[in-house]
Write a protein that binds this ligand. Structure first.
Ligand code: ACO
Length: 332
């Protein structure tokens, strides 16, 4: 039987920095409020002509180069995103594949908001374990600034742009394989986080009449409470199911939505500070890109070594959630 190994990571963050101070000149907020309530100090914003696929392709190039796998051998490309280049078609995954020079591989997008990277990893693993694919390029890429309402202080302070990518490959060695991935969703809470207009669920003329509906809308406080509860239970489940204690995990890499959510979940799981990977202060919430960007930061700081166990967890619009236990298994 084939197993799925997490071979490499790459990421890209746009150059432009948007600070809390700059945001407080745009909406009624303050650096102090944002820092205290979210832990975010700044976020990156893509250039006007910089597309989601440009960022995704840059992250993918790095992950491919570090993987030791030739582009020609990639047979599946998955992109987790809620801010695709084009809303219906073509998928951002096909455009990224073209930009990095991958031809003929199956390619598609996954819409699971902040859980997009974990959902994509679970699909990559399923394709590999079933024997249908061998080398999968998984990308989480977001240009959230294009769907953020910069007059809404409840959301615009949170989000940023960026991309991350990983190469997942078939292996016969169980020691280096992804241990487990949990995923779930509950449409009961669909209205907590949504972009109401722009799809077939809204009237055709709603786009012109209510443009604000094309931006992300969020019931932040309700989302916050459900996030803490769901994430804690989900992570406890995956650890128990696999007979792994939280102290056996080298790196806890949570979705970077809000420092208070990360702290509450980390405390409930009895994670030590040195186990928790934090990038929320400098990138804000980059939805599907946040986990691979955080793994990449850890890797580039020389903090991620072969065989070390990562615990990922995420929560986002849908509602969706997921967690994963993954050893880092580079070829080189
Ligand atoms: N600056 C100043 N005041 C603000 C701001 C702001 N930017 N935003 C809200 N407030 C005010 C509110 O109006 C409210 O005022 P009131 O008491 O006079 O009514 C007060 O602050 C408290 O508002 P809450 O919404 O209760 O603030 P909270 O502490 O919950 O923080 C936040 C808001 C940061 C949005 C938080 O709820 C959060 O992080 N939620 C979860 C976000 C999340 O994880 N989303 C899921 C992933 S995102 C995705 O899937 C794309």
């Amino acid at each position: 039987m084939a197993y799925a190994a997490f071979r490499s990571i790459g990421a890209y963050a746009p150059q432009k920095i948007l600070t809390n101070q700059e945001l407080s000149d745009m909406v009624d907020t303050s650096d102090e409020w944002i820092t205290k309530r979210t832990g975010i100090l700044e976020r990156r914003i893509a250039a006007k002509d910089e597309k989601n696929s440009d960022m995704g392709a840059k992250a993918a190039e790095i992950a491919l180069q570090r993987s030791g796998i030739a582009k020609e051998d990639i047979d599946l490309v998955i992109c987790g995103t809620i801010s695709p280049d084009y809303f219906c078609m073509p998928s951002t995954a096909t455009i990224i594949a073209k930009k990095v020079g991958i031809k003929g591989a199956m390619a598609f997008d996954i819409s699971a908001a902040c859980t997009g990277f974990i959902y994509s990893l679970s699909i990559a693993r399923a394709f590999i374990e079933s024997g249908m694919k061998k080398n999968v390029l998984v990308i989480g890429s977001e240009k959230l600034s294009s769907i953020t309402d910069y007059t809404d202080r409840g959301t615009c302070i949170l989000f940023g742009d960026g991309a991350g990518a990983a190469v997942i490959c078939a292996t016969q060695n169980k020691e280096e394989a992804i241990v487990d991935i949990n995923t779930g969703a509950d449409g009961e809470y669909a209205d907590l986080l949504m972009t109401p207009n722009g799809g077939s669920g809204s009237a055709h003329d709603a786009l012109e009449k209510e443009t604000a509906g094309c931006y992300m809308q969020m019931k932040g406080n309700e989302t916050f409470k459900i996030a803490v509860r769901t994430l804690t239970n989900d992570v406890k489940d995956i650890l128990e199911k696999n007979n792994i204690k939280s102290e056996d995990v080298q790196h806890f890499v949570p979705h970077q939505a809000n420092l208070r959510i990360i702290k509450a979940v980390g405390d409930a799981l009895k994670m030590r500070e040195d186990q928790v990977v934090l990038t929320v202060a400098k990138y804000g919430n980059t939805s599907g890109a946040s986990i691979p960007m955080a793994i990449n930061d850890l890797y580039e700081a020389d903090g991620l070594k072969k065989g070390e166990l990562m615990l990922l967890d995420a929560f986002g619009g849908g509602l969706t959630w997921g967690s994963a236990l993954i050893p880092f298994s580079p070829l080189k």
